[in-house]
Each structure stands twice: as structure tokens, then as C-alpha cells.
Design a protein around this ligand. Structure first.
Ligand code: UD1
Ligand code: CA
Length: 417
């Protein structure tokens, strides 16, 4: 279906309202730059022709886009119509539908965009808007309708009069265009407004006046419409996305005791019958096997992997570490850069001292080892199979298989059994 569809992603905007030095589209939602969610849409909808409009000094955004998406640079941010105009030369020989996506609109679902595209093509329209009816429309462009209730334009917040401001039907920013109609109408857009910008939304009025066919599809879930302009919007989007992520896990057989206090990053994986207890943060790259227990008050950071039946309990921080099958770390611990085998028990308060002031060092703990409470493992260090460390040990040297060490610094108590 999607050969005849091209997408233009508008991402050049600055972070003015975010008051940020980082481009807005790179601010994370559930641990992932918001631009990523829009890229997912393009991928999921299998749209082959995609162009992103970036501002200058957006090298990082460009890196994040990866191959397959063409980039045009909009040097001066003259408005959304100007941004689209900059992308059009790359579609010179293209005929079909142009879908415009705003990169600050991360909550849209692919089903919604599919429906919009279908509606647009089936009805052979010049432009199809994705609209929503919301209680507080402030900040959004309002959809104007004539006396036959046909869409005749969009009034931007800054230019809207009191009557228009009262309209609760808003433009989500997502619009499908017939490419030729878009190209023709763009010529008539002027910066004749309060912001002195070229508004893409002016095209709707222009098409109407020129006898074009404009219609809209309304999304039922208003959350999808949320555009991120401020830090408060960002927090709102984060909460909605978090709810979606948590619900997806629950659908797949994971128990989340209190979804409201469980923060799981985009892309984390959790096996079925695992339970996540309250006040837990699980970052995006984390892998958790089946029947694991995590939390309460656990922080599993990037690069962490828990094999089946492992347990990371109360007040645990784990970073870049692997825990084997049935390994238990139950209370107050920090494990960083460690490779821990199966059936290991790590006592309360144990810590890997992984940073020597210059670099991170690795701790290896082999199968069935038992780490006594309050052990400090000064990395790089290796604890052998079945080895034991006494409570309060500070382990500076490798411990061989089955040996028991204790003290500060830890010495062998019992040699190999
Ligand atoms: C825009 C719409 C508004 C809609 C709202 C939905 C226009 C004129 N208004 O307003 O009708 O209700 O989105 O969230 O389009 N951008 C560029 N180049 C520019 C300007 C913007 O690439 O010169 C990009 C931004 O990075 C952003 C998107 O276009 O991703 C939208 O721009 P923004 O300034 O956020 O528009 P809104 O004021 O939110
Ligand atoms: Ca916006």
C-alpha cells in the first residue's frame, strides 16, 4: 500500500518553550528521544520514502535518525509551511500522498495514522486533517467550519479571535495531502500573522477557497493528540507512555503491583510471571527473565540482565550487570559491571566497588558463591565457584573456587574444601 505515500517529519523547531539547550525532539519520553516514537510510526507503517526536516546544529538528531531517512536542513525556522517547502524538492518525481508528521507529537498510534491514510486515499481528498475534540484547546490550532460544517480553515492560537478560541475541535498537526495539491497551495502561504511565520495550517483555508476537497478524521483518544511544547507537556506524555508500556507488560503476563509507581523504559524486556513491586525504575535496555522478582525500590539500569527466577529486592541498584538463574540479591546493594553466575546469594548491603577513580572495573562471581552481608568487592575481582565471603569483608584479591575469606582486607579462612 505504501509505495504511494511519502512522509515529511518536521523536527527543526528549537526548544524555546522547553527552555532547553537540547533540541526538543531529543528530549526523552520513557527513556527514549521523542523523535524515536515518530520514527517507529514510519517503520511500522512501512513507509519507504521519509524525509526529516532538521534545524542546523542538529547533528545528534541526524545520528539518531539512522539511514533510510533523508534529511533536509531548514536553516531559518520560518514556520511549518516553510519546513515542508524545504522537503518538497526531494519529492520532485513523486506522485501520491504526503503525510506530514510533527516530531513533537510522540503519542500517536499507528492504527490512527493508518485510518487517516485510508480515509484520505479512499475519498480522494486534497487534504485530510487528524483532529480531536478536547476540553482545553489552548495552544492548538482550531478547526474552522463553514455553515455546511465543511472545514474551511485553521486558526492558530495566537491569531484566533475570541469566538475561534472557544472552538474545541483542534488540529493535531498530522495532515495528509495530495502531493500536487500541497505543492500548489504552498505557493500561496504568506507570513501574514502574529508570529510572522509560514503556517502549514494556512493551506487548509487556501485549498477551501480554491475549491479543494478537505476533510478530517477525529481521534477518539485525545491523549494521542498531545503535542510537546513545554516541560509540563513532556511530563504528561511521559505518564501516558508509561501507562501504555506497563499495560503492555501486564497483557503479556507480567505482574506490576502498582503501575503508578513503576517506571519501565521503552524497550525493556520482561519474561512472563515476573513480578515488579512498587517504586521501581527499570531502564530501557534491561532484560529480565521469567519468574523474576524486582523491587520494591529497585533501580535496574542500562545493560542489566536478570536470568529466570532471579531476584533483585529492596533498595537495589544494578548497572551493566548480569545475574544468573536463581541468583538472589535481596536487600540494599549496588552491583555495577558485574557478571554473576547461577544460584549466587548476595547478602544485604554488599557493594561492588567498580570505579577506581579513572575507569570502571569488572566483578565476576561464579555459580553458587555466597557473598556475606556488607561485603565490598573491590574490582577487578573474581569470586570462585562456591566461594564464601564473611560478613563485612573487603575483598581485594581473587578468591578461588570453594574458598572462604573474611576480614579487612579479606584473607583466606578456610582453604579449598
Ligand atoms: C502546530 C500547528 C497547530 C497544531 C499543533 C499541534 C502550525 C502552524 N500549527 O502548532 O495547528 O494544533 O502544532 O501540536 O503548524 N517546525 C519546523 N520548522 C519550523 C517550525 C516548526 O520543523 O520552522 C517543527 C517543530 O520542530 C515541531 C513541529 O514543526 O516538531 C510543530 O511546530 P510547533 O512550533 O511546535 O507548532 P505548534 O505551535 O505546536
Ligand atoms: Ca508543537
Amino acid at each position: 500500500m505504501n509505495k504511494k505515500i511519502a512522509v515529511i517529519i518536521l523536527a527543526a523547531g528549537k526548544s524555546t518553550r522547553m527552555k532547553s539547550d537540547i533540541p526538543k525532539v531529543l528530549h526523552p519520553i520513557c527513556g527514549r528521544p521523542m523523535l524515536g516514537y515518530v520514527l517507529d510510526l514510519v517503520k511500522d507503517l512501512k513507509i519507504k520514502k521519509a524525509i526529516a526536516v532538521l534545524g542546523h546544529q542538529q547533528e545528534e538528531a541526524r545520528k539518531f535518525l539512522g539511514p533510510g531517512i533523508k534529511v533536509v536542513i531548514q536553516k531559518r525556522l520560518l514556520g511549518t509551511a516553510d519546513a515542508v517547502k524545504k522537503a518538497l524538492p526531494l519529492l520532485r518525481n513523486f506522485k501520491g500522498t504526503v503525510l506530514v508528521l510533527y516530531a513533537d507529537n510522540p503519542l500517536l498510534k499507528k492504527e490512527t495514522i493508518s485510518k487517516l491514510l485510508k480515509y484520505h486515499t479512499e475519498n480522494n481528498l486534497d487534504a485530510t486533517l487528524l483532529v480531536a475534540k478536547i476540553d482545553d484547546p489552548s495552544g492548538y490550532g482550531r478547526v474552522l467550519r463553514d455553515k455546511y460544517s465543511s472545514i474551511c480553515g485553521i486558526a492558530e492560537e495566537k491569531d484566533a479571535d475570541d469566538f475561534e478560541k472557544g472552538i474545541k475541535e483542534i488540529n493535531t498537526g498530522i495532515i495528509c495531502f495530495n502531493k500536487d495539491s500541497l505543492a500548489a497551495a504552498l505557493k500561496y502561504v504568506t507570513p501574514d500573522n502574529r508570529k510572522k511565520e509560514y503556517y502549514l495550517t494556512d493551506i487548509i483555508g487556501i485549498l477551501y477557497k480554491r475549491g479543494g476537497l478537505v476533510d478530517a478524521l477525529r481521534i477518539p483518544d485525545v491523549n494521542e493528540a498531545l503535542g510537546i511544547n513545554s516541560r509540563a507537556d513532556l511530563a504528561r506524555a511521559n505518564a501516558i507512555m508509561q501507562q501504555r508500556i506497563n499495560e503492555e507488560f501486564m497483557r503479556n503476563g507480567i505482574t506490576i503491583v502498582d503501575p503508578g509507581s513503576t517506571f519501565i523504559g521503552y524497550g525493556a524486556r520482561i519474561g512472563r510471571d515476573s513480578t515488579i513491586y512498587p517504586f521501581t525504575v527499570i531502564e530501557g535496555g534491561v532484560r529480565i527473565g521469567r519468574r523474576c522478582r524486582v523491587g520494591p525500590f529497585a533501580h535496574l539500569r542500562e545493560g542489566t540482565e536478570l536470568k529466570d527466577d532471579a531476584l533483585a529486592g529492596n533498595f537495589i541498584e544494578i548497572a551493566r550487570s548480569k545475574l544468573g538463574v536463581k541468583t538472589l540479591v535481596k536487600h540494599f546493594c549496588y552491583l555495577g559491571d558485574s557478571r554473576i553466575g547461577n544460584l549466587v546469594n548476595i547478602g544485604a548491603g554488599s557493594v561492588t566497588a567498580n570505579f577506581d577513580g579513572r575507569k570502571k572495573n569488572t566483578t565476576v562471581i561464579k555459580d553458587r558463591a555466597s557473598i556475606g552481608s556488607d561485603t565490598v568487592l573491590v574490582a577487578p575481582v573474581r569470586i570462585g565457584k562456591g566461594a564464601v565471603t564473611g560478613a563485612g569483608s573487603v575483598v581485594l584479591k581473587n578468591v578461588s573456587d570453594k574458598a572462604t575469606v573474611a576480614g579487612v582486607p579479606a584473607r583466606i579462612l578456610k582453604p579449598k574444601r
